[in-house]
Design a protein around this ligand. Structure first.
Ligand SMILES: [Zn+2]
Length: 230
């Protein structure tokens, strides 16, 4: 009992001096279980509504997609850049799960009807080793927590170690990724409806490359979800 009280005391003292901070604005959060402060949670979650049209428009004429959605518009919401950075480089697992779960809830069951598996956009094994985790996997897990759809992290692989897409224009981004992916298990995708998941949609080059690679090899339907649209 004494030990438990001592641990709780240490925990409270640590929280006093090193409070848990909001994943979007770096201000301390009141409840250490929360990933965002109340202001950011209202601004970024409760006042955001999944958009199912903009990405569809951006991919028109490039690839055939069934359904598309993103949660938060980069141009309209403050704090998103820090959220993406927290998820991508600081392994803020709970924050990624929380956002993806909220997106799955807001989208409703209808969006996920008919989808057989979720495929997180894969990282090259070398990049995975450097970073230690794949942020798209975390988003896929958050969606799975709410909608119970299996995650397939094996059938699509990244076979080229590409440079970062940051600071590249649309054409350079496409050149950088268009041969980066490979389907290694046709049977797992054949005749299925798969949901590709990524953290951010910028020009769509990465998702376009994934979908083209898949559809050139296998007859299947593809849908897309990203947390953010830049
Ligand atoms: Zn905040």
């Amino acid at each position: 009992m004494k030990e438990i009280i001592a641990i709780m005391l240490i925990h409270n003292i640590l929280n006093l001096f090193f409070p848990k901070i909001c994943g979007a604005c770096s201000r301390p959060v009141i409840n250490p279980k929360d990933e965002l402060c109340l202001k950011c949670e209202i601004h970024l979650i409760y006042e955001s509504h999944p958009n199912t049209r903009k990405i569809q428009k951006a991919l028109r004429g490039r690839v055939k997609v069934e359904k598309v959605a993103f949660f938060i518009d980069f141009t309209k919401k403050e704090g998103i850049q820090q959220i993406l950075h927290s998820i991508k480089y600081q392994n803020q697992k709970k924050l990624a799960l929380f956002l993806a779960e909220q997106l799955a809830i807001k989208l409703g069951d209808g969006f996920f009807q008919g989808i057989n598996s979720i495929i997180p956009v894969p990282l090259h094994p070398k990049r995975l080793k450097i970073r230690g985790f794949n942020q798209s996997n975390l988003i896929a897990k958050g969606l799975q927590n709410i909608r119970s759809i299996p995650i397939d992290s094996n059938s699509l692989q990244r076979v080229e170690f590409t440079e970062s897409q940051t600071n590249k224009n649309r054409l350079e981004r496409w050149d950088n990724v268009n041969t980066a992916f490979e389907v290694i298990n046709n049977e797992a995708l054949k005749g299925k409806h798969i949901l590709l998941v990524d953290d951010v949609f910028t020009t769509g080059a990465t998702l376009e490359a994934c979908i083209k690679t898949i559809q050139n090899k296998v007859d299947c339907k593809c849908s897309v979800i990203t947390l953010v649209k830049a």
